[in-house]
Design a protein around this ligand. Sequence first.
Ligand SMILES: Nc1ncnc2c1ncn2[C@@H]1O[C@H](COP(=O)(O)OP(=O)(O)OP(=O)(O)O)[C@@H](O)[C@H]1O
Ligand SMILES: O=P(O)(O)OC[C@H]1O[C@H](OP(=O)(O)OP(=O)(O)O)[C@H](O)[C@@H]1O
Ligand SMILES: [Mg+2]
Length: 411
Amino acid sequence: MEMSLSRLHLPNSQQCSSPLSSSLSLPPCFHVPCSQRRRPHTTWSSSIACCLPQRQESVAVIEKNETSTSVLSERKVIRFGLPSKGRMAADTLDLLKDCQLLVKQVNPRQYVAEIPQLSNLEVWFQRPKDIVRKLLSGDLDLGIVGFDTFSEYGLGNEDLIIVHDALGYGDCRLSLAIPNHGIFESINSLRELSQMPQWTASKPLRVATGFTHLGPKFMKDNGFMNVTFSTADGALEAAPAMGIADAILDLVSSGTTLKENNLREIEGGVLLESQAVLVARRKSLVEQKDVRCRTKEILERFEAHLRAVDQFTVTAHIRGSSAEEVAGRVCSQPSLSGLEGPTINPVFCKHNGKVTPDYYAIVICVPKKALYKSVQQLREIGGSGVLVSPLTYIFEEVTPRWKELLLKLGL
Ligand SMILES: Nc1ncnc2c1ncn2[C@@H]1O[C@H](COP(=O)(O)OP(=O)(O)OP(=O)(O)O)[C@@H](O)[C@H]1O
Ligand SMILES: O=P(O)(O)OC[C@H]1O[C@H](OP(=O)(O)OP(=O)(O)O)[C@H](O)[C@@H]1O
Ligand SMILES: [Mg+2]
């Protein structure tokens, strides 16, 4: 853990009254001139105190909780943390529902729930950042959060492990943005921004970000020596226009919020790409067979559903002399190979009292975006009566991510 406890236990009197105007504590090699801070009386050491982000206070709590009495070895019931609010909440419940895992919550203000299909498991609704904190402290065993939240609040701790890295929703990127005009008009890359003569020890680049762990590290890694940070809980895009910051480092999805606030992204400014991920506490997985069983079941359901969601099942009839001959024609078309190859079955017809396979039924999985091309290719090889239906699950013989997870756990 980067920050020592002694630096975190600070008297309240040293904390900032306005979150946006507070500088954040930086890695020791960062040069943040005292004279440039918005509160001129602030000294370097008190600025660390004043900049103490809420997140880091909770890091201290996490460290205390390492002896938490609610770690799995003592409580027996597995705990699965799901986002209680925000845009991740509904999408997470939808994903579980699509995987036939119905979360039974008595009412929306009750934070504990169950999934009848998963025995010995409790669902706890928490804010995404608290899910990560509680995984670290051992108060949760599994959780679903955005990869951005995992990276920011997980602090690179090896006790957290990603079980599924692409749940298919919550897509966004953590990106640096600058104003369209003024001194930034001709700046198009992070490199150009770092080389602007304007940033000096007495007048550093001011960045507003909610990512107080990842942000300073990213800027330092990209050669920004004269930089200072401020934070807020939302609406960061307002900071440059308010004169509080020169640039912002925040989540971007459609880009509308940036555009509406006269800001733009620059080349090299994306810190990470994010989407929802399934995370587990390594110790719970290693030490408890029951956690492994439940995790495997959740993972298998997710993988089967997510693999199927972009595919259609297509069936068609093709005349031919044998299954092999039809297979040759089907496989000659690039969009008709299916997942592992086409399934081809004879369709028997009765002619003059004789039963013969006149034509063959083919069944293939086709990516949704290649549907029309596949239909055209089927027609080209004599296919008719094409039926298209949605595919709900594709269960593999072995779940690839489960194999990878066992390897990572050394099991
Ligand atoms: N504009 C966006 N589009 C898509 N996904 C996003 C967007 N903004 C955030 N996310 C993802 O959703 C997660 C939750 O964001 P959201 O803003 O809903 O909740 P929050 O940040 O916990 O709540 P709040 O913003 O009220 O503090 C983020 O960690 C990120 O992974
Ligand atoms: O690129 P866009 O699609 O416009 O989305 C980006 C915005 O979404 C998030 O904010 P959110 O809606 O969570 O509001 P907040 O600032 O109050 O957290 C993020 O912090 C950006 O402000
Ligand atoms: Mg938000």
